[in-house]
Design a protein around this ligand. Structure first.
Ligand code: KDO
Length: 329
């Protein structure tokens, strides 16, 4: 009997040895975002989670934290760099804080539309710029997502036709130098504020307006506390779904491929829905009683492009980058 037990124990040890990977703890992936639950880039994270947990069963445990509850908006990159956060959707403005060359993608009226955005970032330019993020920040960009085309969303009835009409308008822009510059380039008086505080600030009149893509205006219900949307199309905005280099390095090559595939699937889901939504939302906002109209977009484009070209940011842009971006068709 003792011999039998010993044999069983021996088999047990061997079996446990072979079976060990199956019992290995799943890699936890904590994602933080300021997005509200009903916005497409929040839902896209669920697509990412479901796809990854299905393609690599038992290997990942993806945890999604929305509304900036885990990390405040804009603090995600340093959190990933310190190894406190695994994933986030970061902006070019976040990246530009650490890599000045990236400020080229914070410029208004450069990227033309979502298709141009995909071609720029899925091509050679994207490869070069993602490598800067990997080398200098230790963050792996998995893919680019379309956040939408940013429009002005204001209180009050004053018609806005040109940048001059925005003089003195207290326009909330997200909190960083690059965002504030965009607000000023449009002709407004920019003021920094986190996304989660904007609704209340609009409601109380602490600010005169904010800018965001139409789907986010809907998801965050800004139409309840504003009177108009001015279709300036001033920034074809991007979010970069990214992973801490520390987490990325823990994954096998096969797992990395699965993470990339899930990221692309999530991006496609977000882009498709957001583009469809943008086409339909003007009607929705009009039904909500808002005045929605096109201003003199050429006047805005001219002023914003001129402001960027003479800005200190432009000195940090790699030679020829604007022409290269424009040439992507
Ligand atoms: C915003 O604060 O206006 C902004 O649109 C900026 C984006 O970079 C991104 O952080 C976004 O908010 C959040 O994901 C909330 O939708």
């Amino acid at each position: 009997r003792r011999a039998l037990l010993a044999a069983t124990a021996a088999i047990g040890v061997t079996a446990f040895g072979f079976a060990a990977p199956a019992f290995a703890a799943a890699q936890k992936i904590r994602i933080s975002s300021p997005a509200v639950e009903s916005d497409w880039h929040a839902k896209m994270l669920t697509v990412f989670k479901e796809d990854l947990e299905k393609s690599a069963p038992g290997q990942f445990e993806v945890e999604i934290h929305l509304n900036g509850t885990l990390f405040k908006q804009g603090t995600e990159p340093p959190a990933m760099q310190r190894g406190n956060l695994d994933m986030a959707m970061i902006s070019a403005q976040d990246i530009a804080k650490q890599i000045p060359a990236w400020s080229v993608f914070t410029a208004g009226y450069l990227i033309r539309d979502p298709d141009h955005q995909n071609k720029v970032f899925d091509g050679e330019i994207g490869k070069e710029f993602y490598k800067l993020v990997e080398d200098q920040m230790g963050i792996k960009v998995l893919t680019v997502g379309y956040l939408g085309t940013r429009q002005l969303n204001l209180r009050g009835k004053k018609k806005i036709e040109t940048p001059a009409d925005l003089a003195g308008i207290k326009l909330r822009m997200p909190g960083s130098e690059a965002w504030q510059f965009l607000g000023a380039a449009l002709g407004a008086a920019p003021t920094p504020m986190a996304f989660g505080e904007v609704y209340t600030a609009l409601q109380s009149g602490a600010i005169d307006g904010q800018d965001n893509p139409l789907p986010s205006d809907k998801a965050a219900k800004f139409y309840e506390v504003t009177n108009q949307i001015v279709l300036t199309d001033h920034l074809v905005d991007a979010i970069f779904l990214s992973m801490s280099g520390r987490t990325w390095a823990k994954l096998s090559a096969e797992q990395q491929q699965k993470v990339l595939a899930a990221a692309k699937k999530a991006r496609d889901y977000n882009n498709e829905n957001r583009i469809k939504d943008e086409a339909e939302l003007v009607t929705f906002f009009k039904q909500q009683g808002l005045d929605v109209y096109k201003p003199d977009v050429d006047a805005f484009r001219k002023r914003v492009q001129a402001e960027y070209l003479k800005s200190p940011f432009a000195k940090d842009w790699p030679a020829g980058i604007v022409d290269r971006v424009n040439a992507v068709k």
